[in-house]
Design a protein around this ligand. Structure first.
Ligand SMILES: NC(=O)c1ccc[n+]([C@@H]2O[C@H](COP(=O)([O-])OP(=O)(O)OC[C@H]3O[C@@H](n4cnc5c(N)ncnc54)[C@H](OP(=O)(O)O)[C@@H]3O)[C@@H](O)[C@H]2O)c1
Length: 327
């Protein structure tokens, strides 16, 4: 495992880290024992950063991470999120009273006195124009409830605005072979300000593992079933906003580029690691075998120039016209 600096926190975190949404909920049935085994497997292989949220399984994901902490001695960092417990996403909802309640609940779920990193959880764009919200987060740091804070955003424009606040240490944003716009301007700006970047949805909700086909079906309570058109939350969170059939066709082209012995998942994650501005990718995993596969991306050699160019051409022709301008 290789480690990269996260913003100005002084932390060095695993370049392939762990996304703990699926082990909480909204991805079909998951078994806590299997999830815990997956978390242990990640720690065994050098992962030291886990991303969760208070709403993942209504706290189930946070509580699994608290169990992991109890069962292991190694130091690892947990980043959680706040804001999505609001009944409706309004700027006013990001008040001191509400944020205090969310943070206190996460502290309890995580069995800790201080949250390592708290991220605003894709708040409405207006929140980035409310310095007082960031002032509240500064107060939480002073009070010892948080070590650091950052944001999770939907749009590049939100990311650019968020990093104007000097104590934002990290920006979590969708970045993968099917979502390349963050690399255009935002990465340079984040690097200038030494802000960490957490690349989320790195496998486009599993599509970039290459295992899916026209015949793939998803459980009723899996967002790959119920959020295909953004019915429950931003459409970009499911398959990166790429229409499933279009994605499958592009995946067939990508498969031809995978070096012998590697999987498409590893290849897709390795592509993300080619960008030095990225601190880590946070693929989700429900089974130990998935984390083993994903972590092997860190051992792959850098991708060839021809591979990078080929991926760029595929994105430009098949994906970019459909998604680039939205996020
Ligand atoms: N708004 C936000 O802040 C936000 C939104 C989305 C995600 N996130 C964070 O980002 C993390 C990653 O994104 P994500 O979980 O949405 O998507 P992802 O990482 O692109 O996809 C994860 C899913 O792909 C499948 N998978 C993973 N590794 C695989 C492998 N090697 N081979 C085959 N299938 C594999 C698993 O599901 P199956 O086995 O069921 O196919 C897994 O749950 C989340 O866990 C969460 O921490 C944050």
């Amino acid at each position: 495992m290789n480690y990269r600096a996260l913003g100005r926190t002084g932390w060095r975190i695993s370049e392939i880290s762990f996304g703990a949404w699926a082990i909480g909920g909204s991805w079909g049935n998951v078994d806590d024992n299997e999830s815990l085994a997956t978390l242990h497997a990640a720690l065994d292989r050098g992962v030291n950063f886990f991303d969760t949220a208070d709403v993942y399984g209504d706290g189930r994901s946070e509580r699994l991470l608290a169990r992991l902490k109890k069962e292991r001695r190694e130091k690892f960092y947990v980043a959680t999120k706040a804001g999505r417990r609001l009944p409706a996403q309004t700027t006013e909802g990001y008040s001191r009273k509400n944020l205090t309640a969310f943070v206190n609940r996460s502290l309890k779920n995580l069995h800790t006195e201080t949250i390592d990193l708290l991220q605003l959880h894709c708040p409405p764009t207006g929140v980035y124009y409310q310095p007082e919200v960031f002032g509240i987060l500064d107060d939480f740091v002073k009070a010892g409830k948080l070590r650091h804070y950052g944001v999770s955003v939907e749009k590049v424009e939100e990311a650019l605005k968020a990093i104007e606040f000097p104590n934002v240490q990290s920006v979590q944003i969708i970045f993968n072979i099917f979502r390349q716009r963050p690399a255009e301007l935002f990465f340079t700006e984040a690097q200038k300000r030494k802000v960490g970047i957490l690349a989320r949805v790195p496998l486009a909700s599993g599509l970039l593992s290459g295992k899916m086909s026209h015949a793939s079906r998803f459980a009723k309570d899996d967002h790959r079933n119920f959020n295909r058109r953004g019915e429950a939350f931003d459409r970009g969170e499911t398959f990166s906003g790429v229409d499933f059939e279009t994605g499958l066709k592009a995946v067939e082209q990508l498969k031809k580029r995978v070096p012998p012995g590697a999987s498409l998942a590893r290849f897709a994650l390795r592509w993300i690691l080619e960008f030095p501005a990225v601190t880590c990718a946070i693929p989700g995993a429900k089974h130990p075998a998935q984390i083993t596969d994903n972590l092997a991306a860190s051992d792959l050699p850098p991708l060839s120039k021809a591979s990078l160019k080929g991926i760029g051409r595929l994105y430009d022709s098949a994906i970019k016209p459909l998604v680039h301008h939205y996020w």
